[in-house]
Design a binder for this molecule. Structure first.
Ligand SMILES: [Cu+2]
Length: 167
């Protein structure tokens, strides 16, 4: 997916760059001063180079979506207006990869620690599984709250799970 987006972006940047070059070439005529054209050309190529670097750099896989091989997989399904997980007890210090989807409309999965600080979030989208990786460093009862208004009972879309100290 990331690679597809990168290739599409680079392709569209190429098209945009080609159109800009055509516009620049169209303005070049015998009356145009050479120094202005050279300055404009350098500016254009500089902008293209900066755009390519920023696009390639920002489209790499984000670190919070890469889990270790021994990560605990927790599948989360959602719908109006519920969450369901296949695990309700998570060991403290264990890296967890949450795989999140929904059966109806978009929801926002927000994981809150016992002090109600947001520790992880990801979008729940129909027909798509999004991932978020988190390692819990505090034991206690955590809450999942929906972070995207999804209908009349959105405020009621909560779910509890425990992070337990390992013996
Ligand atoms: Cu909601």
């Amino acid at each position: 997916m990331q690679l597809s987006i990168l290739l599409i972006t680079l392709g569209l940047m190429g098209v945009a760059g080609w159109l800009i070059l055509r516009a620049v070439w169209a303005t070049e005529g015998p009356s145009a001063p050479k120094t202005i054209n050279r300055t404009r050309s350098c500016f254009l190529w500089g902008m293209i180079a900066v755009g390519v670097v920023i696009s390639v750099g920002s489209l790499r896989e984000w670190p919070h979506t890469s889990a270790a091989d021994d990560a605990l997989i927790v599948n989360i399904t959602s719908g109006q207006w519920w969450w369901e997980t296949d695990t309700t007890e998570i060991p403290l210090g264990q890296q967890v990869e949450f795989r999140v989807t929904t059966e109806d409309v978009n929801h926002g999965l927000g994981i809150y620690d016992p002090d109600m600080n947001l520790v992880a979030q990801v979008q729940a989208m129909p027909s798509y599984t999004n991932k978020v990786v988190h390692t819990f460093d505090k034991a206690g009862q955590y809450q999942i709250l929906c972070m995207e208004f999804c209908g009349i009972a959105h405020h009621d879309m909560t779910y509890d799970f425990e992070v337990l100290e390992q013996n």
